[in-house]
Design a protein around this ligand. Structure first.
Ligand code: HH2
Length: 270
């Protein structure tokens, strides 16, 4: 369970809520108490249409919070960034996972940094960039194309000296995808978990869930639980969420059922 800590003024669901070190630390502590296994700290929003920020602004928002969380919360820290210089400072301050939504394409120095430091790395699929990605997403077969992209990025990572055991994959729900694409990816999530790497599912409160339940961001908890349940049943290893406590319970129940499925009881895709 990866708990989201956005230290941004403009994230789509919690922008502005945790901008001071005190607020951010208190939220990280709360997520730990609620059962988070990893804290994912992001200082640049990637919501559709978000304006990019420069390195100094990202560092200014991120590092004091990351240092405080590292000192006070005994959990692995992931840094949600596409910039190698930001990832380097974050690793020096205690992060051990680089969550790179550009899958090493955003900064030519990122792959070498991950190889050199041995940090784990999340390689996420995105069609386009956050500025353009929701304008006209198009696929022939979204599951095959996302799988092929992730395999290609794994090879690029390995070519740069990154070890297989450092790699985590992510289909990037909401990143250059229409409603049908997000649903197809979730329905076929097991195709991704069969690629041989841990797979992360980031569905929390996203627009495709909002469209199904007709609810604003803070009322999407039950809808998110439905998507999380499917992802876990289909083999997701890491779930990236805003609401740790309720999703912890969702994951506990689904994982227990899933273990019985593996020991012989059939679970249909209901
Ligand atoms: N989604 C968001 C941000 N980072 N990283 C990974 N690996 N997978 C995701 O699905 C993912 C991600 C978007 O959600 P959030 O952080 O809540 O919003 P924002 O980008 O507006 O800060």
């Amino acid at each position: 369970m990866m708990g989201i800590l956005n230290v941004t003024p403009d994230s789509f669901s919690d922008g502005g809520a945790y901008v001071t070190v005190e607020q951010a630390l208190s939220h990280a502590r709360q997520m730990q108490a609620e059962g988070a296994d990893i804290i994912d700290i992001g200082a640049e929003s990637s919501r559709p249409g978000a304006q990019p920020i420069d390195e100094s602004e990202e560092l200014r928002r991120l590092i004091p919070v990351l240092e405080a969380v590292h000192d006070a919360v005994p959990l692995p820290i992931s840094v949600d960034t596409t910039k190698a210089a930001v990832a380097r400072r974050a690793i020096q301050a205690g992060a051990t996972i680089v969550n790179d939504i550009s899958a090493l394409r955003g900064d030519p120095l990122m792959a070498a940094l991950v190889a050199e430091t041995g940090a784990a790395v999340v390689l996420m699929h995105m069609q386009g960039t956050p500025q353009t990605m929701q304008q006209a997403p198009r696929y022939q077969n979204v599951v095959e194309e996302v799988s092929a992209f992730l395999c290609e990025r794994v090879q690029a990572a390995i070519d740069h000296g990154i070890r297989r055991r450092q790699i985590i994959l992510d289909p990037g729900f909401g990143f250059g995808k229409l409603q049908e694409h997000n649903l197809q990816l979730l329905a076929s999530f097991d195709m991704l978990t069969h690629l041989g790497y841990p797979v992360l599912a980031g569905v929390s409160r996203k627009q495709f869930i909002g469209a199904l339940v007709q609810q604003p961001v803070h009322e999407r908890g039950y809808g998110t639980a439905g998507a999380v349940a499917v992802a876990v049943l289909k083999g997701a290893h890491i779930i990236r969420v805003h609401d740790v406590r309720s999703m912890r319970d969702t994951v506990s129940v689904v994982s227990a059922i899933s273990r019985h499925a593996r020991s012989g009881v059939e679970v249909s895709n209901a």
